[in-house]
Design a protein around this ligand. Structure first.
Ligand SMILES: *[C@@H]1O[C@H](CO)[C@@H](O)[C@H](O)[C@H]1NC(C)=O
Ligand SMILES: *[C@@H]1O[C@H](CO)[C@@H](O)[C@H](O)[C@H]1NC(C)=O
Length: 500
């Protein structure tokens, strides 16, 4: 018995080795075949995506100096690849001035719902005339209310930028363009000014059942989830603005498959919002930016500056402890109250006269002060363990911010020793970096290449492959996913008591 076994095993293994050899050879040859073929593959797929963009390109025909003139001899003679390449150019991504940010070699195509004006510009006091729900921004740009409202005005700048893309003579420096055919769009933009709605209309009249803010959210959910576009993707390609941490409190529980534009994730359960799905946008800073800043290390007498309320609930306990730890240090300045109440000019002067600016978690992990500090070129010292930062996938904040864990910061002398230990050279390196990155946090109209508006569009673009993957996977066993079926797969969650 013991003799027999080796023989058959030997035969089998010799045979199977032979088979294996043949199979491996075939695979080797095939793999070369595929490698050679796919050398042009991704490019082709990419071009075919873009080539579906005949419609939007026609929007820019008037006035775009680089538009394709189909009558030229050259055009008709070039092979297909080259024509689609020209279209890439035409969409504003000139090969010669390609910027170094990730993924800008493609402009985001955004379809915008024509929501009734009361969801957006009517909140700014503008009244629609005729049958357009949009103001003609070539003649009149409704103003967003000032004061603290402005810090969450991201909704306004993004919407204006999309509206203006229609009239742009060139797409240079633009990262998004409005398209009118939703099947050609990368994302569906929902132009609800939710932060303003929260700030303005949260109070409920005694005779109303719902506040106007809640009512608008309710109507928004009904509008959006009944759209063809929502049903097609289960909402995953929708971009919804919820920058104020308390905005969209009602609607977000129903619109959660969409991508939210947020200030932070502090008040969200992780399945409603997370860094993978959503985009963190900067606050609009309230204090004036320091143009041509010559206030270097020696020009800034205050070592450490803090602006804000000392007593906050929840995550803000560290503020109080830090206050008692630091209040007797002679070159540390505490300024109480909000920037607006305290005088924006005073805050500007304070931050510009300081080497470091303290950012401590308040009610929420994020706060406008970080962006005020950046604008004043005051190196931010961030004490907020849960903070999420805008564009962190392409920005290394450690190059221009100091991060301190809360547990360390409240140890006696830890923070002050750390700060005093940072010398002129290191400080100056961070200060220069701040001046390089500050434009990424600048909101303005018209928006400029690489400012906050364009950076947000680019951040949205980087999420597109993410949700496309999810949409495609969800279509495996059926062509359509409705918002409702998506909602049913939402796991049950418990909302913490202090959620509101
Ligand atoms: C929108 O685009 C799709 C795909 O390119 C096309 O089939 C459809 O006809 C277009 N719809 C309109 C109204 O132009
Ligand atoms: C800042 O410096 C630039 C270039 O030197 C100059 O063009 C600009 O006018 C200056 N701005 C201010 C506000 O001084």
């Amino acid at each position: 018995m013991g003799e027999r076994n080796p023989l058959p095993y030997g035969i089998i293994s010799r045979r199977s080795l032979f088979c294996l050899f043949i199979a491996a050879s075939v695979m080797f040859v095939l793999s070369w075949f595929f490698v050679l073929r796919s050398a042009g593959g991704p490019q082709l797929a990419y071009n075919s995506l873009l080539s579906s963009s005949d419609k939007p390109s026609s929007i820019f025909d008037n006035g775009d100096s680089r538009s394709i003139d189909p009558s030229t001899e050259e055009e008709s003679a070039v092979p297909i690849d080259d024509i689609t390449d020209k279209k890439v150019d035409h969409l504003g991504v000139n090969k010669h001035d390609r910027k170094c940010y990730a993924n800008t070699d493609r402009i985001l195509k955004a379809y915008m719902y024509d929501l009734p004006a009361e969801f957006h510009f009517k909140l700014l006091g503008w009244n629609p005339h005729g049958d357009s729900v949009w103001p003609d921004i070539r003649t009149h740009i409704p103003m967003y209310p000032g004061g603290l409202n402005l810090q969450h005005s991201i909704e306004y700048w993004l919407t204006l930028d999309l509206l203006s893309s229609e009239f742009a003579s060139s797409l240079d420096g633009r990262s998004a363009v409005r398209v009118y055919n939703s099947t050609e769009a990368d994302v569906i933009f929902v132009p609800f000014f939710s932060s303003l709605s929260y700030n303005r209309y949260t109070k409920r009249n005694p005779h109303q059942k719902l506040s106007k803010n809640s009512e608008l959210q309710e109507r928004l959910v009904r509008y959006v989830t009944s759209q063809e576009e929502w049903k097609r993707s289960g909402g995953r390609d929708h971009v919804i603005l919820a920058h104020h941490p308390n905005s969209m409190l009602d609607a977000r529980m129903k619109l959660w498959p969409a991508m939210f534009i947020l200030a932070d994730l502090g008040r969200y359960p992780p399945n409603v919002a997370n860094v993978e799905k959503d985009v963190i946008a900067p606050y609009k800073h309230l204090i004036k930016s320091s143009v041509n800043d010559t206030l270097d290390f020696d020009g800034r007498p205050t070592l450490l500056y803090f602006q804000g309320a000392i007593y906050r609930k929840d995550g803000g306990i560290a503020r109080q402890e830090l206050f008692y730890l630091l209040k007797d240090e002679k070159d540390v300045h505490f300024s109480f109250g909000s920037v607006v109440n305290d005088g924006i000019n005073k805050a500007s002067r304070g931050m510009q006269a300081s080497k470091f600016c303290l950012n401590i978690a308040g009610d929420t992990p994020s706060s406008n002060r970080l962006f005020d500090a950046i604008a004043s070129h005051c190196i931010p010292v961030i004490i907020s363990d849960e903070i999420e930062l805008p564009f962190e996938d392409i920005l290394d904040y450690s190059e221009f911010c100091i991060f301190v864990r809360t547990a360390d910061a409240v140890k006696e002398n830890f923070l002050i020793d750390l700060i005093r230990g940072i010398g002129k050279e290191e400080w100056t390196r961070m200060w220069r970096k701040l001046m390089e990155v500050e434009r990424f946090f600048e909101f303005q109209y018209p928006s400029k290449d690489g400012d906050a508006v364009q950076m947000i569009w680019q951040a949205i673009s980087r999420k597109v492959p993410n949700f496309r993957l999810k949409i495609h996977r969800s279509r495996r066993f059926g062509s359509d996913i409705s918002g409702h079926s998506a909602m049913q797969v939402m796991p049950k969650m418990r909302i913490p008591n202090n959620f509101w």
